[in-house]
Design a protein around this ligand. Structure first.
Ligand code: FAD
Length: 317
């Protein structure tokens, strides 16, 4: 079933969904099941699986010099989507990114997803690799998420890259896109960012999932700005638990979001990460309760690393 159908059929009830990462290359899938099994009691409507590009790495050669190699550390998104649908009878949402992939590779991934019965995709641009300062599209790839969306739309209309394919099967993907309550870090201002977000919705995105935020007022203001800009699709809040002190600097640096002073001062008083986890869990619960009371369509949890914290929060809702 499509994400948008879950939302429409819920009739205003707030749903729950989770987001996971594929394991590092070479690791088995069992740790992922151990992570997800305890979360299934909450009957998530769907589970998102992130998509990852290759990164450059330097490998030491026997003569002591280094070779630069491209390594995709977290492959497996398509397979994990199919495996979790099979194991849990829950719908999977495959993330797709522009960065690091040609249109042909993306088409192949979409064909696999379609054959496996995965009908939901979250279409994203992706970021620059860690050692590069700005995002550059792959040769023969897309520069913006909206271009990748257009490729999915085309396949939904039976139009593949090889234009002379006769009677090609139409795929049936429901498309979600990302939105940023605190603005995408590259956008010059919120209005410009919202104009590009509206273009994605006008091009067929059926819902938006937000970047994580720790201050609900930012989400509420963002939804209002979306509505004022004529963006009327559901806006799903993305929520992440804080459970280590290190995250206090890593999260703002990596995701370009603020941690409210009230939360950061409580976290700074903690002596151990176990104490941080308690404070982080309380904050997440407070955020979740307020968002649920406001009638958000879905509470979408980035469960990475701490399924127990997410489980404790969802259980209390
Ligand atoms: P876009 O919509 O393409 O926007 C990128 C920037 O370009 C913005 O500043 C926007 O304002 C601007 N822009 C957009 N369209 C145009 C245009 N036509 N002309 C000029 N400027 C334009 N990354 C991964 O690698 N894998 C994942 O699985 C993943 N999952 C994510 C899930 C969520 C919910 C979120 C919020 C982010 C996720 N990301 C993931 C990170 C995401 O790839 C980055 O935030 C990336 O920098 C932007 O992606 P986007 O789809 O918002 O890009």
């Amino acid at each position: 079933m499509k994400v948008i159908d879950y939302i429409n059929e819920a009739n205003g009830k707030t749903l729950v969904s989770f987001e996971i990462l594929p394991p590092l290359k070479g690791k088995g899938i069992n740790a992922l099941w151990e992570h997800l099994d305890p979360l299934m009691e909450f009957k998530p409507s769907f589970i998102n699986v992130t998509y990852h590009r290759s990164e450059s790495m330097f490998k030491k050669k026997p003569d002591g010099t280094f070779d630069k190699v491209e390594v995709r550390k977290r492959p497996g998104t398509v397979g994990i989507c199919a495996a979790l649908m099979n194991r849990y009878k829950v719908d999977a949402v495959a993330h797709l990114i522009c960065g690091g992939f040609s249109k042909q590779e993306t088409e192949d991934a979409l064909i696999d997803l379609h054959f496996l019965g995965v009908n939901n995709v979250l279409v994203l641009r992706g970021d620059a690799p860690k050692n590069e300062s700005s995002f550059e599209p792959e040769p023969g790839g897309h520069r913006y998420a909206i271009e990748l969306m257009q490729q999915v739309n085309n396949m939904n209309n039976g139009i593949y890259l090889e234009e002379d394919l006769k009677n090609a099967t139409k795929t049936n993907f429901c498309i979600g896109v990302a939105g940023y309550p605190e603005k995408h870090f590259e956008a010059p201002n919120m209005q410009t960012d919202l104009a590009f977000l509206k273009a994605k919705v006008d091009a067929g995105a059926e819902y938006i999932v937000t970047q994580m935020f720790f201050d609900n007022q930012k989400y509420f203001a963002f939804v209002k700005s979306c509505r004022d800009a004529g963006i009327n699709v559901p806006v799903i809040p993305g929520l992440k638990p804080i459970y280590t002190k290190k995250q206090l600097s890593i999260i703002p640096r990596t995701f370009h979001v603020d941690i409210p002073e009230e939360l950061s001062s409580d976290l700074l008083k903690c002596k151990t990460d176990a104490e941080v986890e308690v404070v982080g869990q309380e904050w997440l619960l407070k955020q979740s309760k307020e968002l649920k009371a406001a009638g958000v369509p879905v509470l979408h949890y980035y469960t990475l690393g701490k399924p127990n914290v997410v489980a404790n929060v969802v259980r209390e809702l």
